[in-house]
Ligand binder design. Structure first.
Ligand code: ADP
Ligand code: MG
Length: 697
């Protein structure tokens, strides 16, 4: 396909345009993680500029991922003045390698005082540069990491690259113990399935809540929801199909392997899955996916909603982070083979992952936490907030054998007859699917299903790489010292299987009984972002991150501050938006309608004194009393926002107040607001309804 990767400065382009020696040197840097030679950067920059200009680009930008969770860019043109009042198009090696965005307003969690605001961006040559198309203009985007002058990470890419290094080094140690000396690098790979909603722009434009907060803060449930499940995998409407086509083209040009797409469970909800790539690139690509979804939707007079819970009462959106490890010589380390019990290296790695997830469950939980996801996790539509692992029958059986001290068999899936002659009889996947598990083994990868739809996938993957790297290092420490490798390995596996079987769960993760059972097993159940963030301050977290140099204590503390700050800010914006809607839209509508009713009652009575106006009177009574209740709750909400806002010197107390007091007051106000919606004349209701937003696309 000709368009695939046409806007990417990829392998093929590099090989074509770079002198052989330069190309080789750059490849070494990319593959081996070696420092980049400035002379090489100069040549690459020049080739990149020529390529970009030939394609029609005039500007370049260092594209980075600050802690806001989205991407940032600051555009510079290639233009540079010459001595004769003319301009030349220039782009130096230095401009490629390093940038200095005046980025004092990005969150830094106190690391960077504004007077020393300068952070710098540094080229990440492991992720290819690309051209971004916006309203006909092309900009050369250079993926970069963003750090402070003192070297602290201010972004989501830096720790990700560091964590990938940890995983590679520790996995190599283990592979070596199993006799593999040829593998030079182990990379984690990720395929992120992205869920999203589409809404007709004409409705979106009338919803200030969607505009400012990404979710509907009021809205009575439509008479129909997702109960018929007629949307799931249903045929695509023309308008959506044409959006998806454009989206794919856009993504293919950017080298994103957009592969599958389908309707999701909720009406107007969809999913896109790309083919997996190295984690670092997958993370950049997921940002491009989210960005392109929003842009392309607008071209079709729709708006793409990436919020985790745009609508109350129907499913929200998440991301499935499919994760595996592969070697530079092409092996997927999570491939069990036909007889996994004979594949000790595989079994050891699975044990390491199970131990890592159990030992560091709360870190993993935090990595998927944001205010939007608080609406989903544990709410019967997404995995519970409890981390558990689903291994499937075959691996669970292996785990049980390990506890008993030895491996003798691998269960084989039964043949599954399709009942249709023309279809081949396929083997029932012995890692059968369990859709309710937050962390499931699915054939040759793990699927982490808690991730929030709007968040960067960097956080979850930093944690996965780091905690698995750490347990691999613990295993290797023991094995390298052991006099008898086989014996020590058996001991490790038995120990792990016995100690960590508590995290294995193959039942229904949505069920109430699981919450009780998990508590009995001592598994943490962290239900909100605010509590989840506390894990960043724990001593063993700091020890883990510092041991592997992924984040320092200062960097962790700053991330904790930012998490709380963003939580409080988000709830504050939602509360203020609600107050605004209540006062300027809902109260006036209720007043108008009650006045209409009163006028009508009076008019009818004066025209015909004996008329029965009991219906109108009942309605009037209902609207008036609900309005009184609504207004009281509005006052409570306003007061609670003031109280929370005043708690400026304790970020934790403030976010707890936003969660427990402000958020609760918002829910109460919504109940009355939605009640009013069901009472008031549709002509007077100032907001598009759920029925319109969810069924008119
Ligand atoms: P589902 O049944 O959950 O919809 P698929 O089996 O089609 O999913 O795969 C989902 C995602 O997992 C895809 O993005 C795919 O590329 C990704 N995936 C497959 N193999 C790997 C792997 N080895 N590492 C990481 N991701 C993978
Ligand atoms: Mg999936």
């Amino acid at each position: 396909m000709k368009i695939f990767g046409e806007n990417v400065f990829n392998e093929t382009v590099m090989r074509e345009r770079l002198p052989k020696a330069t190309y080789k040197s750059l490849r070494k840097t990319i593959e081996g993680g070696l420092a980049l030679d400035p002379a090489v950067a100069e040549i690459v920059a020049n080739a990149m500029k020529d390529w970009a200009i030939e394609k029609g680009a005039t500007h370049f930008t260092h594209w980075f991922q600050p802690l806001t969770g989205i991407t940032a860019e600051k555009h510079d043109s290639f233009i540079s003045p010459t001595s004769h009042g003319l301009v030349a198009m220039e782009f130096s090696g230095k401009e490629l390698i390093q940038g200095e965005p005046d980025a004092s307003s990005f969150p830094s969690g106190g690391i960077r005082a504004t007077f020393e605001a300068r952070g710098y961006t540094a080229w990440d040559c492991t992720s290819p540069a690309f051209l971004k198309e916006d309203a006909g203009t092309l900009t050369l985007c250079i993926p970069t990491a963003f750090c402070s002058y003192t070297g602290e990470a201010l972004d989501k890419k830096t720790p990700l690259l560091r964590s990938m290094e940890v995983l590679s080094q520790q996995a190599l140690r283990l592979l070596k113990l199993f006799g593999n000396t040829s593998t030079k690098r182990v990379s984690s790979t990720v395929g992120a399935e992205q869920e999203y909603f589409l809404i007709d722009k004409k409705f979106f434009d009338k919803r200030i809540d969607l505009m400012l907060t990404g979710r509907t803060l009021f809205g009575a449930m439509a008479p129909k929801g997702q109960e018929l499940e007629d949307h799931y995998f249903g045929s695509l409407k023309t308008r959506v199909a044409s959006f998806m086509h454009d989206l794919n083209v856009e993504l293919w040009k950017l080298g994103v392997l957009a592969k599958t797409q389908h309707n999701e469970v909720a009406p107007t909800q969809f999913e896109l899955a790309p083919i997996f790539v190295t984690t670092n690139i997958a993370t950049d690509h997921n940002q491009l996916v989210m960005d392109s979804m929003k842009k392309v939707a607008l071209r079709h007079d729709m708006v793409c909603l990436l919020h985790e819970k745009p609508y109350a009462g129907i499913n929200g959106s998440g991301k499935h982070n499919n994760w595996s490890m592969s070697t530079d010589d092409g092996m997927n380390l999570l491939e069990p083979g036909q007889t996994p019990h004979e594949n000790l290296q595989f079994v050891t790695i699975i044990c390491a992952i199970v131990k890592a997830v159990d030992d560091y469950a709360e870190l993993l939980r935090f990595s998927a936490a944001n205010p939007g996801n608080d609406h989903r996790l544990g709410a019967n539509e997404a995995p519970p907030a409890i981390i558990s692992i689903f291994l499937g029958d075959q691996l669970t059986d292996i785990f049980e054998q390990l506890q008993n001290g030895g491996l003798i068999r691998s269960l084989q899936g039964e043949k599954l007859a399709s009942g249709v002659k023309t279809l081949p009889a396929f083997r029932k996947d012995s890692t059968d699917r369990n859709r309710t598990s937050p962390f499931a083994f699915t054939g040759n990868k793990f699927e982490f299903r808690m991730v929030a739809s709007s968040q960067s996938i960097s956080g979850p993957n930093v944690v996965l790489n780091l905690i698995i790297g750490e347990v691999l290092s613990q295993f290797s420490d023991r094995l390298e010292k052991a006099a008898d490798f086989e014996q020590e390995l058996q001991a490790i596996l038995k120990e792990t299987a016995t100690k960590h079987k508590r995290i294995l769960f193959d039942g229904n993760g949505y069920a109430e009984e699981w919450v009780e059972e998990a508590a009995k097993r001592g598994l943490p159940n962290v239900t909100s972002t605010v509590e989840a963030a506390l894990v960043l301050l724990r001593e063993n977290t700091v020890k883990l991150y510092e041991k592997h140099k992924v984040l320092s204590q200062t960097e962790l503390e700053s991330r904790y501050e930012i998490a709380l700050e963003q939580y409080s800010k988000q709830i504050n914006i939602e509360a203020l938006t609600m107050i605004n809607m209540a006062k300027n839209l809902i109260v006036p509508a209720a007043v108008k309608y009650s006045t209409q009713l009163a006028t009508s009652i009076n008019a009818i009575k004066s025209a015909y004194g004996a008329a029965d106006v009991s219906v109108q009177e009942e309605l009037l009574k209902g609207v008036c009393s609900t309005l009184v209740s609504f207004n009281a709750k509005l006052i409570t909400l306003e007061k609670s926002v003031q109280d929370a806002t005043a708690l400026t010197d304790d970020a934790y107390a403030q976010s707890v107040c936003f969660r427990d007091v402000v958020f609760t007051a918002m829910q109460a106000l919504r109940t009355d607001g939605d009640q009013l919606e069901t009472m008031i004349d549709a002509e007077l209701w100032p907001l598009p309804t759920y029925a319109q937003m969810l069924f008119m696309l």
